[in-house]
Design a protein around this ligand. Structure first.
Ligand code: BES
Ligand code: MN
Ligand code: MN
Length: 457
């Protein structure tokens, strides 16, 4: 790693060393063989927190990796903050699209690269460094840390853990540095997240694949699957499932204004996503706001048949697809899940001999409800707002986001706590994709914001 960059040189060596260690750990929660690495990552973080003067422990059997809890400060403190983050990452594939090894911290032209650098190892470590390592000894604020290794697979078991540990986890607010911002230099305070339900469908048209010389009279699993998948959207791009948009609340005037000013700042938002156009499926809204304000249905992958080198002339007998739906506040997740399942069953093409549909348990959507938020939460939110504004010299935008963090709804529902979601990762960071990165200058600004937030500690 070259140390030419001025920002990099001034960054603490110990911090970069630990960040490098975390990035090097292949903590992929979707990959069962990574379980020992998830445990190792949790242990590295536990040791770090012990070194910060926290008491820390690991809790097994609540997900693919241990849940880590740590705490410092008096139990009866007048103010308490729960710091949440996730140490698991998404798979790196396809490998050939990376410019360098994903599980090694690398720097090119003032930007760090590596799987998890932006989601969420980099932002998470920054938060822990500034608020735990640099925490003043005499701080009257109670600080609770809660880290998990299963966020990227929907946090299975996490809600059970929250229910079991409710009393230890009480706090005035959770702080989460794991959200998006419109661009480098423009921070966000995320005011809502979408919920998510993941689906997997598998269908079969025959007992075994056949020579395609029989083609013409034999049902083809790939063709039938593609037909079925195609029925889920209208030509306009809207989801075709009846009642899919039921109960979706119109955004507030303040929210629409925030997105409008975002559109004025960045009139060609498609550039940030490296696509040539953004579809507008609901013209009263701006295309750039649709991902935050409306539910959606996206395919992640379709498989079936032959995709190897050369040809293999067969008629596939089975095929499968993975997709998920994102939900916004006010929607009833079970109702929408049932509506999608019913639609699939009703539209399954004839000649499909077998179809299975698997739907995950829903992750709740979230939106800050200012009318019920506690004064302590609002104080902490404003302190973060001032800190971000000072450090970035830009007012943090209040925007809902299209992504999901399964536990945020559970924090509200089970612990009754609202979340402060700090967005310091722009679309160009390419989280979940190849060449995941975080601009060092943005990282330094986020660090300064967290350091100034620490002043209330
Ligand atoms: N940090 C992201 C969520 C996110 C992304 C929030 C961009 C705001 C802006 C998180 O790690 C994530 O990827 N969540 C998954 C959740 C799913 C697996 C249940 C997601 O959104 O797909
Ligand atoms: Mn994340
Ligand atoms: Mn993620």
């Amino acid at each position: 790693m070259g140390l030419a960059n001025e920002a990099l040189r001034s960054m603490e060596r110990d911090f970069l060393e630990l960040l490098g260690r975390l990035i090097a750990l292949r903590s992929i929660s979707a990959e069962p063989t990574c379980a020992p690495i998830l445990a190792e990552t949790a242990e590295v973080l536990r040791q770090f927190l012990i070194g910060c003067g926290f008491s820390a422990s690991l809790h097994e059997n609540y997900g693919p990796g241990p849940i880590l809890t740590a705490e410092c400060g008096p139990r009866d403190a007048p103010l308490s903050v729960l710091l949440y983050g996730h140490y698991d990452v998404q798979p790196p594939e396809p490998m050939d699209l990376w410019r360098a090894e994903p599980f090694a911290l690398q720097e090119f032209d003032g930007t760090f690269y590596g799987r998890g650098i932006a989601d969420d190892k980099g932002p998470m470590l920054l938060m822990l460094w500034e608020l735990c390592k640099m925490r003043p000894n005499s701080s009257p604020v109670r600080t609770v840390v809660l880290l998990e290794g299963g966020e990227e697979v929907g946090s299975p078991g996490f809600a059970d853990f929250l229910r079991a540990q409710r009393s230890q986890l009480a706090a005035n607010a959770t702080l989460i540095v794991d959200s998006g911002c419109p661009d480098n230099g423009i921070p966000a305070l995320t005011t809502g997240l979408r919920g998510i339900i993941s689906f997997e469908i598998h269908l079969r048209t025959g007992e075994r694949e056949l020579h395609s010389g029989f083609g013409g009279c034999i049902p083809n699993a790939v063709q039938e699957l593609v037909k079925l998948c195609g029925r889920l959207h209208e030509e306009s791009g809207r989801v075709a499932v009846p009642n899919f948009y039921e109960n979706v609340a119109m955004p507030s005037g303040e929210e629409l204004a925030a997105f409008r000013s975002e559109q004025e700042r960045d009139p060609i938002p498609q550039k940030a996503f490296a696509v040539t156009y953004l579809r507008n499926i609901f013209p009263p809204l701006l295309p750039r706001s649709v991902h935050a304000l409306l539910p959606s249905l996206e395919f992640h992958g379709i498989s079936g048949g032959y995709q190897g080198p050369g040809n293999k002339n067969i008629i596939p007998a089975e095929a499968s697809a993975k997709f998920s739906i994102r939900l916004v506040p006010n929607q009833d997740p079970e109702f929408v899940r049932d509506a999608v399942e019913k639609f699939l069953r009703k539209n399954v093409p004839p000649h499909v001999s077998e179809m299975s549909v698997h739907a995950s348990t829903p992750s709740q959507s979230y939106a800050i409800d200012w009318t019920s938020a506690s004064p302590a939460y609002i104080t902490l939110f404003r302190a973060m707002e001032v800190s971000l504004q000072e450090s970035f010299s830009a007012k943090p935008l209040h925007l809902r986001e299209g992504g999901s963090i399964g536990v945020v709804g559970a924090f509200k529902e089970i612990l009754g706590i609202d979340s402060i979601l700090v967005g310091v990762v722009p679309p160009s960071s390419n989280i979940h994709g190849p060449n995941e990165n975080w601009q060092i200058d943005t990282m330094k600004k986020a660090q300064r914001a967290l350091a100034s937030f620490r002043e209330i500690f």
